[in-house]
Ligand binder design. Structure first.
Ligand code: SN0
Length: 315
């Protein structure tokens, strides 16, 4: 594997899952692969799980890691081509990326949607420059349109917790005080479409995800109807795609609570975290035994390690 930016980069779901369970059962068994190899993690945005789990995953494989927070530690980086750089940005990605690539064997990069332009975000302006100029494999640690490490962890978590062969998985929009990217939702849909699970997406009108991700996935605008018989409820806020980056609703009737969970087939509750309690989900649901958000977060380490193992085996 030469890069990991979407589900399309893995050899197959089957091989990815096998590798994930292999490293979960034997986390320190593959240290020969990472010996004298270095991973640089570049963050344009904040992180808790991604930073710690990816670093831990690399260390489990015997790698060294270096972390760079672009907006605090480094020069401010320019991402536009052809600009006269007489403003605040001291260095262009065009030099910074290949230089970082000379100091390491794998680069991880986090660059969220900026919400300045849908076209710029959906063309993955920053991630695609990393892939083009790094000279080493690049792992997305959440880009503008996808968060594949999260979705891979979500898949492993569902595989571990499912009680039926083909669970009903519901992705529900939930309210939030800030405009958040569509990346987690897009990517979740993209990975779920590679399985034979039953997937239903529920959100208020105006929150339709891009058709390149949704294809013919079922949308149910009635959240309670969507919850009926569900085995997994995955909550996530995202800002509008059609009215790009806008908050169209903060309707607290969409908060996931005990009453709605009672409509499901004793569903497990999932969220990628960080989560706004009593906005996205009630305390009662996230503190209940059916909440698997911490197991889900643990699997971020597992799947980051699976991805790095597949990359190291290839290089
Ligand atoms: C990010 C997002 O894409 O929604 C990262 C999720 C893994 N989430 C946030 O930025 C939440 C920030 C907040 O203010 O709650």
């Amino acid at each position: 594997m030469k890069k990991f930016t979407s589900v399309k980069d893995i050899p197959s779901i089957k091989k990815a899952l096998e590798t994930a369970f292999e490293v979960k059962n034997n986390p320190f068994g593959f240290q020969h692969l990472g010996k004298n190899k270095t991973m640089v993690l570049v963050f344009f945005n904040s992180s808790l799980r991604t930073r710690l789990s990816t670093q831990k995953a690399a260390m489990n494989l015997g790698m060294n890691t270096m972390v760079m927070n672009v907006n605090e530690d480094s020069w401010q980086l320019e991402s536009e081509m052809g600009v006269v750089m007489d403003g605040n940005n001291a260095e262009h990605l065009r030099e910074a990326i290949p230089v970082i690539g000379k100091y390491c064997d794998v680069i991880g990069v986090r660059a969220f949607a900026k919400f300045e332009s849908r076209e710029a975000d959906y063309s993955e302006k920053i991630l695609s420059q990393f892939v083009e100029y790094a000279g080493v494999p690049v792992v997305s640690m959440e880009a503008a349109t996808r968060h594949p490490l999260q979705s891979f962890a979500d898949l492993v978590t569902i595989e571990e917790h499912k009680t039926v062969e083909r669970p009903k998985v519901v992705l529900t929009w939930a309210p939030h005080p800030r405009a958040l990217p569509q990346a987690v939702a897009n990517s979740f849909v993209e990975w779920m479409c590679e399985t034979d699970y039953e997937l239903v997406v529920t959100h208020p009108k105006g929150y339709e995800l891009a058709s390149e991700f949704m294809g013919d996935v079922k949308v149910e605008y009635d959240q309670k109807k969507a919850f009926e018989g569900a085995d997994f409820i995955y909550a996530k806020n995202w800002a509008s795609y059609t009215d790009y980056g806008k908050i169209l609703s903060k309707d607290m009737n969409w908060t996931v609570n005990e009453e709605k969970m009672a409509l499901t087939n004793n569903a497990k509750f999932m969220h990628c975290l960080p989560v706004r309690r009593n906005v996205v989900v009630s305390d009662g649901v996230i503190d209940s035994p059916n909440s698997i958000v911490v197991d889900q977060a643990k699997n971020r380490e597992v799947t980051a390690q699976a991805v790095l193992k597949m990359i190291l085996e290839n290089s």
